[in-house]
Write a protein of this length. Sequence first.
Length: 448
Amino acid sequence: MNHMEITVIGAGIVGLTTAWYLQRDGHQVTVIDRRTAVGQGASMANGGQLSYRYVAPLADPDILAKIPGWMLRRDAPVRFRPRFDPAQWQWIMRFLQACNGNDKMRSVAALLPLSLYSQRLIHDLVNHDGFEFDYRQNGKLILHRDRKSFEAARRLLEARPELSGQQLSIGRDACLALEPSLSGIADSIAGGIHTASEETGDCYKLCQALEARLRTGPMPVCFRLGEEVSGFEVNDGILGAVMTRSGRIRGDACVLAGGAEVARLLVPLGIRVPVYPLKGYSISLSIDNPDNVPEASVTDYQRKIVYARLGNRLRIAGMADIVGFDDGIPADRVAGLLRETSETFGEGVDLSTVEPWAGLRPATPTGRPVVDRSPIPNLWLNVGHGALGFTLAAGCAGLIADKIGGRQCAVPAADFELARSTPSGWGVFRGRRAACPAPGLSTTDSAA
């Protein structure tokens, strides 16, 4: 393998794991991010679930019937605020195209091997490399309040033999036996899907730990934090440098592993990537009574809310707002998460200790990330992980390292190519400009 100087744009969990595997391959790596510290975007306070076997995308045929009702509810789990932004409307159109059974099953079939590969790599980070980030192998319970929804989930599980040995459909009494902390909503439970092998962790703490380790060793990674990427210098179809407010950063290759801004950053190069932000929210609460909060991570399927115990805190996350690049925290979203938590686990947490957060999760319409070489041969893409950023980060970083190193990929990677990242009809094209600054654009980090 030829050792290269490689620039990684993005200092969230995707960018940092990418830097980790590239450094291990012997490359000299530079990490750039406009923020002054690592993990400040979607990696900061996401749901904390490492959900390897539940990788169903948001694009689902069942969601089409729910959209009209959600449009009329302020507390809907998915909200849409129209903007004068063609990219928003294009993304929504492709998302609606992807809400069919064939695209959903294709995405699940592609994502499952990738997520299980990511799990193996996370285990290596924990067991071999000694990373600590409130990691727990505590299982996951997907809670269904609706009988029809539970039966549909059970039928889907029965139709997927590759998962039947790891996941179990259980009734209300078994859910309560597994998680007595759910007793306050016992009458609302229809059943659940339990996966004992799922895990949780604090994504932000892993980002911090990765940074500390990457800065050491014989080939320490150079971190250029607080630098805004303004564009790229391209000569004769080859990337020559990444342009920042502080000047050019030259190298042999670049991996774009940032957040939702990546699509806008690539437009001047004539490259279209189907990535748009899905805004998610979380709150973190101190645990007062551990017996009244769940041991396993819990997903409330109907409410689209997840609960994960991270150290002495309970992380509550959920919702998806398609509102552009606004990263503000509306009071009603925080109030909604507090209300659901109070109803479900209120006796176990201190509701006065709320720490609210919002993050822009970079998503593709199909839910499949783009892990591929761009039309510019030495510009690589590792983007669009959506709500599965934490889960898929290590696996996608391993894939991009394999591709750059010219190795056979550890898992099938064809469905993560740029040309196959959306339903048919999305244009991916190259422009004619050779030097392509993009004033005012910046990068954010990605994870869910």
